[in-house]
Unconditional design. Structure first.
Ligand SMILES: Cc1cc2nc3c(=O)[nH]c(=O)nc-3n(C[C@H](O)[C@H](O)[C@H](O)COP(=O)(O)OP(=O)(O)OC[C@H]3O[C@@H](n4cnc5c(N)ncnc54)[C@H](O)[C@@H]3O)c2cc1C
Ligand code: FES
Length: 245
């Protein structure tokens, strides 16, 4: 874990209530590691955890949805604002767990960390199929980026305004998809349904309310097959077989 100051390079809306936040690290050559950052938002006591979507030396990109007061304040912050952040947090997906064919299943902004994973899988020479689900076309993000990167991309929306109508699990039931390992991120109910539906091994990136974000307070503990585990420090990515849901 590192405590550092991140400067807002840009903070712009990209879809309905969804913003893209680009941040510069203090060290222009430093590559941020980990799965998520814990951002301090001015005027709010607790930090907000947000997943890394893109990582480049000296800068990171996050996508966030405005759901409450903290993210609403975040969206109001202009370029040049300096944010206090905890970085290099969490244990992420394991690209090496996939032999050759990866299946990524994202729901909403669960697509953000999966995009970073897709880049890592492609860099390792693996084939990547992505199934991305959104509520409606106005909330679709990263579709062009996934299409450019992945071997196959399928999209679903609940109202049928883009891609197939329905849930990602509806698509998974009818599509013939080749994979030897799957990775999922999105609403808990979606990930639980995905893990129940898909045979074989995989991983899910969980969300839990956090206090410290770095393993001290145990506020984010969940039951697992290995006993209680902290989502921030032991996760947020867990193997399917370890999850008790
Ligand atoms: C590891 C991790 C990665 C995440 N990545 C992203 C991401 O890339 N993009 C994105 O839009 N959201 C992400 N979230 C969810 C995001 O943290 C919440 O949407 C955000 O904290 C809400 O803050 P708020 O003040 O607007 O909402 P409020 O409801 O006002 O928040 C009140 C408190 O509850 C916490 N909280 C509320 N919803 C959640 C939630 N779903 N998960 C965890 N804490 C929550 C807040 O952090 C805050 O402490 C992630 C959550 C976790 C745990
Ligand atoms: S939030 Fe404190 S241990 Fe995870």
């Amino acid at each position: 874990m590192r405590k550092e100051k991140l400067t807002i390079l840009s903070n712009l809306p990209v879809a309905a209530a969804i913003w893209r936040l680009e941040l510069a690290t203090e060290d222009p050559g430093r590559e941020v590691d980990g799965e998520f950052v814990h951002l301090s938002v001015p005027g709010h006591f607790l930090r907000r955890p947000l997943s890394l979507c893109e990582v480049n030396p000296g800068r990171i990109t996050l996508l966030y949805k405005i759901v409450g007061e903290g993210t609403r304040t975040l969206a109001s912050l202009p370029e040049g604002t300096i944010l206090d952040a905890l970085t290099d947090l969490g244990h992420g997906f394991h690209p090496e767990a996939c032999r050759q064919e990866a299946l990524l299943i994202g729901g909403g902004l669960g697509a953000a960390p999966l995009y970073l994973l897709a880049r890592r899988l492609k860099a390792a020479g693996k084939s990547v199929t992505a199934v991305l689900g959104f509520n409606r076309v106005e909330e679709v993000v990263l579709d062009a980026a996934f299409c450019t990167l992945c071997d196959r991309v399928e999209m679903t929306t609940l109202d049928g305004s883009a891609g197939r109508k329905g849930f990602v699990t509806d698509a998974l039931e009818v599509l013939e998809l080749r994979y030897d390992y799957f990775y999922t991120c999105g609403p808990m109910v979606m990930m639980k349904a995905v893990c129940a539906l898909l045979p074989g091994s995989g991983e899910a990136s969980l969300e839990e309310r956090m206090g410290c974000g770095c393993g001290i307070c145990y506020g984010c503990s969940i039951p697992t097959a290995q006993g209680p585990r902290r989502v921030c420090a032991d996760g947020p990515v867990f193997k399917k077989e370890d999850l008790s849901w």
